[in-house]
Ligand binder design. Structure first.
Ligand code: NAI
Length: 305
């Protein structure tokens, strides 16, 4: 089977999937793919992280079965499709790789060079929030194998996936691959939205001022974070910007904001705030570290929101 975009039926079968980076996004994406019937191979640069993510996913699946949201048989079958690889080098040949490692162009470029060398035919997708997918693909022999599949947090619950393309996808094979990827996302129960590789794509570009203005108001002492979030929620937003950035991870959100700011020639509309930099320097990364703007109990419930 040819899976490198030369076949219009690329991704039509439940091909094995590799997920690189087993953090918040990678583990959620692995869950979706395994629930959709794919064998999923998780890998992480930190020793033991992929194994720990698989254990957390097993617990999540048992919880879903306990609540009657999926059957016990589905939970067991999905769990059995989750595998761990010690390194990228040790991954088996797969049909699709989804990279969800750190938001750093140099790290992603090195990963994609290794993936291209080791994966003969896989479609290579990045879950980048803001980086130019053409830049990630630059230097590869077949850059049109690289697409953006940008999931939202938490991946099993959020329907949107931005399917991102740049000039490097402008080949016949590249076009077929984007169509196939959109179709695959529909089969995974997602809403694929095609967009060009501009800084922050759609959602992160539009949302930057939402986060930034909130942080500037709170940082200047004009409002407290809980009141600000309450106001935004009751104005119709699903979450306030403070709780949302805690969910995303203040470090991840700052990296994305910095990337959009740099890529727009440091447009002041996107300038990261001292308020957020201070949170990150203090290790207040959000829900995942137990404290961000708000503090969280072990179940992830905000104590002072
Ligand atoms: P995270 O910090 O929870 O997880 C990243 C994982 O990647 C960590 O376990 C880390 O050890 C691993 N990693 C780092 N370098 C690696 C490498 N070279 N090879 C393999 N593993 C490596 O971060 P998160 O939130 O899961 O974000 C991952 C990516 O997804 C980033 O590019 C981020 O911008 C993007 N993203 C994040 C969203 C969010 O709301 N947190 C939403 C959508 C996209």
């Amino acid at each position: 089977m040819i899976l490198n975009g030369d076949d219009p039926d690329v991704l039509a079968a439940p091909v094995p999937v590799a997920v690189v980076g087993a953090g918040a996004m990678g583990s959620g994406i692995a869950q979706i793919a395994a629930q959709a019937g794919h064998d999923v191979h998780l890998v992480d640069a930190v020793d033991g992280a992929a194994r720990a993510a698989r254990e957390r996913l097993h617990a999540t699946l048992s919880r879903l079965a306990g609540k009657g949201k999926i059957s016990a048989e589905d939970a067991a079958a999905t769990a059995s499709r989750l595998h761990v690889a010690p390194t990228v080098r040790a991954l088996p040949q797969v049909g699709l790789v989804i990279e969800a490692a750190v938001e750093d162009l140099t790290v992603k470029q090195a990963l994609f060079a290794e993936l291209e060398a080791r994966q003969d035919a896989a479609v290579l997708a990045t879950n980048t929030s803001s980086l130019d997918t053409s830049a990630i693909a630059s230097g590869l022999h077949r850059p049109d194998r690289v697409i953006g599949l940008h999931f939202f947090n938490p991946p099993p619950l959020m329907r949107l996936v931005e399917v991102i393309h740049g000039p490097h996808n402008a080949t016949e094979a590249g076009g077929a691959l984007l169509d196939a990827a959109s179709e695959l996302m529909r089969r995974w129960g997602k809403t694929p939205v095609r967009c060009t590789s501009t800084p922050g794509f759609i959602v992160n570009r539009v949302a930057r001022p939402f986060y930034g203005e909130a942080q500037r108001m709170v940082g200047a002492g004009e409002i407290d974070p809980a009141t600000l979030d309450l106001a935004m929620r009751d104005a119709g937003f699903r979450m306030g910007p403070m709780e949302l950035t805690d969910l995303i991870g203040q470090d991840v959100n700052l990296a994305v904001g910095t990337s959009v700011w740099e890529q727009t020639g440091r447009d002041p509309r996107y300038e990261p705030t001292d308020y957020q930099r201070d949170l990150v320097s203090a290790g207040r990364l959000g829900r995942k570290s137990g404290a961000g703007v708000f503090t969280y109990d072990d179940a992830g419930v905000a104590q002072n929101a």
